[in-house]
Design a protein. Structure first.
Lengths: 447, 211
C-alpha cells in the first residue's frame, strides 16, 4: 500500500512540475477548462459544453504540437560563483546568444536544480514528528513526502525575463538562485522558456552545464562582546603564525631575504659578519578561543542544528585575526580545526562548517576529551549547544572549574525558550544565553 | 487584469444566451463601470471570507432550488453566485481576492498567522471561463454560442500572446476553432449514433417496436 502511495506522490509531483514548467497561466486555465467541460458536457443533449470542450482540446493540441517542435536557437554559457550563503540571493552571469537572424522575444530563463523528490528507500521510513500528525496526513503519506522534499530541496529559483535578443546578438543577464541549505548546491544547467503563438504552452531549451556552489551557513550579526581571558603560552608556537603581537620567542638567525621586515634585522650580527642577518622569532603567547559546536542529534531537530551551525559560523566570521580559534565538533570522529594568525582563514572554516552534519551514532561524551585535552591552551571557550542536559552542564562545569571563562549559547526549538537554570553558569549569568530557533537575530540583539 | 470590456461583454453574452439579459447588462455595467469610477473599498481578509461564504451559500441555495423545483441545469445561474466575489475584487483596494477566501485550508492557516503577508488571487479569468460555461448551459442550439466563445477566447488571449507573431496567433486560433467545431459536433453526433445503436441493440421493454 505504501508503495502505491509513493508512486502516486511521485506521479503527482512530476505532473505538477510539468504543468508549472510547460504551461503558461492561460494554458493552466485551458487545462482546467478541458476537465470541467468534459465532466459538465458528458451528455451533449443537455448543454453546449461539448463545443467548448472541443475548442479547448483543439487549442491545447495545436499549442502542444507547435510548442513541442519550436526550436529556440540559443547558446548559453554560465559563470557560477564559488560561494553562496543560506537565504541570501546568489546571482551569477548568464551569457545568452541568439544564433539566428530573427529577434527573439518573450523568453524566460531559470536555473535547473536537482530533483528533490525522495527515493523509495527513504520514503518507507517514518520521519521525525510524523506520529503527532493527523490521521489523514499520516495515512496519505503527505506529511512524510513534504518533509522529505523540503529536506532535499537545496534552493529555489525565480524565473527571470530575458530582454529581446537581436539577431546574432549576445546578452548578459543576472540569474538568481536562493540557497536554502548549506553544503554543495548542484546547478545542472540553465533553461529558457518561450510561449508558442497562442500563449498556452512553453517551448523549452535546456543546456547541460553542471556546476556546483558551496553554500556557507547563514551569518548573524553578533553584538560586541568581550570574552574574559588572557593570552596563554602555546608550547612550540604555532606553525606559520604571522608576526603580530609582542611576545616573541627567539628561534634562529639566518641570511636576509628580500621582503624581510627591517625590524627583524639583527644589527649586531650584521656588524660582525658584514652582511644583513635576520632574527627569526616565533610567537608563543596568543589569545586562543575554543568554539565547541554541539552536533549531537539526541532529541534535537534539524532546524535547531542549522541555527547552531549558523551561530558558530557567525563567531568564526567575526573573530579577530589576532586570535586563534579552535573549532571543535564531532562528525564521523572528533575534529578540531584551528584558524587565525596566519593559519586557516575564516572562509576555510566556513567551508568546514558548510559540511558539518548531525552526529546520530555517538553521545555528547565523545567531545569531552577533545575539549578538556586542550583546556591548558585556551583563553576562553564558547559553547554552542542544542540542549542543556547533565552531560553538557558537566562539560561546562569542568571548564569553569579549570578557570576558563565560558560563554554558553543553548539553541532551543521555536516556542520553547522557557527559563533555563544556568547551573554551572550561575556565577556568570551574563554569559549564559538561550536562543530560540527562527528568532536568533532577535535573541542575539537582546543580549 | 482582463482587457477592457471583456468581462462585461461576456456577462451580456451570458444574459443573451440564458434569457437574463437585464441581469447580465446590470452586472456588466457594475464590473466595467469600475474602470471609470475611482471608488474603492479597503476590504480586509475577513471581509473577503464573508463575501466568499455568501457566494457559496447562494450556490447551495441554487442547488437546493434546482432539485426542489426540478428545473433545468443550475449552471446557467452561476454568474449570480460569482458576482459578489467578482465585484469585491473589482472594487477593492487590494485588487485581488484573498487566497483564503477560495481555499478553506489556506483560510485556516491565515487565521492562525494573521501577521503573514497577504496572498491574493485574480479571479477574473476563471470567472470569465465560468461565465462562458454558464452560457453553454442555456443549450441554445445555434452557432452563436460557439462563435461567441471563440471571440471571447481570442479576446482574452490576444493581449497575452508573445509579441511579434500576430499572424501565427490568428492562424492557430482559426485552426483550433475549426478543429474544435468538428470535434464538438463530432462528439454530439457520436452520442446520437451510440444512443441509436444501443436503443436498437437493447430495446426497452416498453418500446412500441418490441413485440
Amino acid at each position: 500500500m505504501l508503495r502505491i502511495i509513493y508512486i502516486l506522490h511521485r506521479a503527482a509531483s512530476a505532473l505538477t512540475h510539468w504543468v508549472l514548467l510547460r504551461l503558461t497561466p492561460a494554458g493552466q486555465l485551458v487545462a482546467a477548462g478541458i476537465g470541467v467541460t468534459a465532466a459538465f458536457g458528458i451528455n451533449t443533449h443537455l448543454n453546449m459544453a461539448h463545443q467548448a470542450f472541443g475548442f479547448l482540446v483543439a487549442a491545447a493540441v495545436a499549442a502542444l504540437v507547435v510548442g513541442r517542435y519550436t526550436q529556440l536557437p540559443l547558446r548559453m554559457h554560465r559563470r557560477a560563483p564559488r560561494y553562496g550563503t543560506v537565504g541570501e540571493p546568489l546571482s551569477y552571469r548568464l551569457r545568452v546568444a541568439n544564433t539566428t537572424g530573427k529577434p527573439l522575444h518573450d523568453m524566460i530563463v531559470q536555473e535547473r536544480l536537482v530533483d528533490p523528490r525522495p527515493v523509495w528507500t527513504e520514503f518507507r521510513s517514518p520521519v521525525p514528528g510524523e506520529h503527532s500528525r493527523g490521521f489523514m496526513e499520516r495515512w496519505s503519506g503527505f506529511y512524510r513526502w513534504r518533509r522529505l522534499v523540503v529536506r532535499h530541496r537545496q534552493a529555489y529559483t525565480e524565473p527571470t525575463p530575458l530582454p529581446v535578443l537581436a539577431p546574432y546578438a549576445e546578452n548578459d543577464i543576472q540569474v538568481t538562485v536562493v540557497p536554502e541549505k548549506r553544503g554543495r548546491l548542484d546547478l545542472t544547467g540553465p533553461m529558457v522558456r518561450r510561449p508558442e503563438p497562442l500563449g498556452l504552452f512553453h517551448a523549452l531549451k535546456t543546456t547541460d552545464a553542471y556546476d556546483s556552489v558551496l553554500v556557507l551557513p547563514r551569518l548573524y550579526r553578533l553584538p560586541p562582546s568581550a570574552l574574559p581571558g588572557h593570552r596563554q603560552y602555546q608550547p612550540g608556537g604555532v606553525a606559520l603564525a604571522a608576526s603580530v603581537g609582542d611576545s616573541e620567542e627567539f628561534v634562529s638567525l639566518r641570511d636576509y631575504r628580500p621582503g624581510d621586515p627591517k625590524r627583524s634585522i639583527h644589527w649586531k650580527s650584521w656588524a660582525k659578519t658584514g652582511k644583513p642577518i635576520i632574527k627569526e622569532t616565533q610567537e608563543e603567547f596568543f589569545v586562543r578561543h575554543a568554539l565547541v559546536l554541539d552536533t549531537f542529534a539526541e532529541g534535537g531537530d534539524a532546524a535547531v542544528f542549522e541555527e547552531a551551525v549558523s551561530l558558530a559560523a557567525s563567531f568564526v566570521s567575526a573573530r579577530s585575526s589576532e586570535t586563534l580559534l579552535d573549532l571543535m565538533f564531532v562528525g564521523p570522529e572528533a575534529y578540531c580545526f584551528t584558524s587565525g594568525r596566519g593559519l586557516a582563514q575564516a572562509d576555510r572554516m566556513l567551508e568546514i562548517l558548510a559540511g558539518v552534519t548531525l552526529c546520530t551514532d555517538k553521545s555528547f561524551d565523545v567531545i569531552r576529551p577533545l575539549v578538556i585535552g586542550r583546556a591548558g591552551l585556551l583563553s576562553a571557550c564558547i559553547c554552542v549547544l542544542q540542549a542543556w542536559d547533565a552531560d553538557r552542564r558537566s562539560l561546562v562545569e569542568t571548564l569553569c572549574g579549570l578557570d576558563i571563562p565560558v560563554m554558553v549559547f543553548v539553541i532551543v526549538a521555536p516556542g520553547q525558550s522557557m527559563a533555563y537554570d544556568p547551573g554551572p553558569m550561575q556565577g556568570n549569568p551574563q554569559h549564559f544565553h538561550v536562543l530560540e530557533a527562527g528568532r536568533m537575530q532577535e535573541g542575539l540583539a537582546q543580549r | 487584469m482582463t482587457p477592457p470590456m471583456l468581462l462585461g461583454a461576456a456577462l451580456v453574452f451570458w444574459g443573451w444566451q440564458t434569457g437574463f439579459l437585464v441581469w447580465g447588462a446590470a452586472m456588466a455595467a457594475a464590473v466595467e463601470g469600475s474602470r471609470m469610477l475611482s471608488v474603492r473599498w479597503k476590504l480586509s481578509p475577513a471581509d473577503f471570507y464573508r463575501i466568499a461564504d455568501a457566494s457559496a451559500l447562494l450556490l447551495m441555495a441554487m442547488a437546493v432550488y434546482r432539485f426542489v423545483a426540478g428545473t433545468a441545469s443550475m449552471a446557467r445561474w452561476l454568474p449570480f453566485a460569482l458576482f459578489p466575489l467578482l465585484a469585491a475584487q473589482t472594487f477593492s483596494v487590494f485588487g485581488k481576492v484573498d487566497l483564503g477566501a477560495v481555499f478553506y485550508t489556506v483560510r485556516q492557516r491565515e487565521k492562525k498567522n494573521p501577521t503573514a503577508p497577504r496572498r491574493g488571487v485574480d479571479i477574473r479569468y476563471p470567472c470569465l471561463a465560468l461565465i462562458l460555461l454558464a452560457a453553454s448551459a442555456a443549450n441554445v442550439r445555434t452557432t452563436a454560442f460557439y462563435a461567441g466563445m471563440i471571440l471571447f477566447a481570442g479576446w482574452a488571449l490576444w493581449p497575452r500572446r508573445p509579441k511579434g507573431r500576430p499572424l501565427a496567433f490568428i492562424t492557430m486560433l482559426a485552426a483550433a476553432a475549426a478543429g474544435g467545431y468538428f470535434l464538438g459536433n463530432g462528439l454530439h453526433v457520436t452520442q446520437q449514433h451510440l444512443e441509436g445503436w444501443i436503443g436498437h441493440r437493447y430495446p426497452s421493454p416498453r418500446s412500441p417496436c418490441v413485440t
